[in-house]
Design a protein around this ligand. Sequence first.
Ligand code: NAD
Length: 372
Amino acid sequence: MIIGILKEPHFEQRVALLPNEIPALVKQNIQVWVEVDAGAHAFAGNEAYQASQAEIKNRSEILQQADLVFCINSISTEDMNSLKQHAIIFGMFSPLDNIETIKHFQQKNITCFSLEFIPRTTRAQSMDVLSSMATVSGYKAVLTAAMELPHFFPMFMTAAGTITPAKILILGAGVAGLQAISTARRLGGVVEAFDVRSAVKEEVQSLGAKFVEVEGAKDDKAAGGYAVEQTEEFKQKQQQAIHQSAIKSDVIICTAQIPGRKAPVLIPSTTVAEMKPGSVIIDLAASSGGNCDLTKNNETIMAHGVKIVGNSYLSSTIPTDASKMYGKNLMNFLKLIVKEGALTLNFEDDIVKETCITHGGEITNERVKALA
Ligand code: NAD
């Protein structure tokens, strides 16, 4: 069996697997082929891969001969056409937003595993790439805000007077939001956080942040821990509470998302207009529309004296550890389908079943099939 690791597109710094994971594959008599310079941005050079017993190959050799192909971002149609018959590809393909890519995999009879579909269960925790990447993004969002803010984060008592600590508002207390709270607290900021899921109140408080409370949220228990769409009445109450907190804040970190939907708008332009000049908004929800209605995806803009950074791909900016976490998650997933060097696809296993998007010329995932 040959596993191929592709070099990511130019905007990406991460790589799907770092050299340290390769000896365990080689021990199972698996050949690992790595595209030239695949790990360069993550500081894993070709020599490091060779030292871990991988072979350096060009892209076409990998596409045409690898049985299993590892990547992070989706690949071009031309690359898909070059894949070996019955190849299996692992990456993050955003199937609900990229149905044409998925149809192409189906038509080419490629088995596609999209790792964002790993279920959020205890057994699958060690494979959960979404949590890993959200951890990285939440951390980097706060560091980015600290760099952009014309103030300190911590309180300072100096001979030149007292500097008050920065106020940080975190919207959405999922994996990224909780990591942002911890990081902002470590830097000495005073933190408030808001989430529609009241279940996170205790977690927010245990990290030393204040929970912005809005009563009357719709029950989310049936949504597998994810947020659900709220009533208009709740949204208005929520808007007022967030507005009051936002206009006192120096930094807002936006992480609120609803899977498969446009991100909720929590910071309208009227709120931005009342924020303190020099404040910073980091919108991690930018790629799904943003939590601020002024956010522009992949752009940094100034509006009403507030800097708004629209970036959902901050995980790519800490490439070494982000690649390490992605690769570890991928290796843990691989253990479910490769045993002693041999492929065993068991669709009775809920993790394998839910993560598989196409197989045997069919779209196998029900949620994705409904869009085709
Ligand atoms: P996500 O990225 O989908 O959303 C981020 C946060 O935004 C969520 O906490 C969500 O409740 C919140 N949000 C949505 N709409 C909002 C609104 N209008 N206002 C304010 N906040 C809003 O979330 P995630 O980080 O992927 O986590 C989703 C769920 O999965 C959580 O319950 C998390 O604890 C759970 N989870 C479980 C596991 C596991 O058991 N293995 C692993 C990771 C996450």
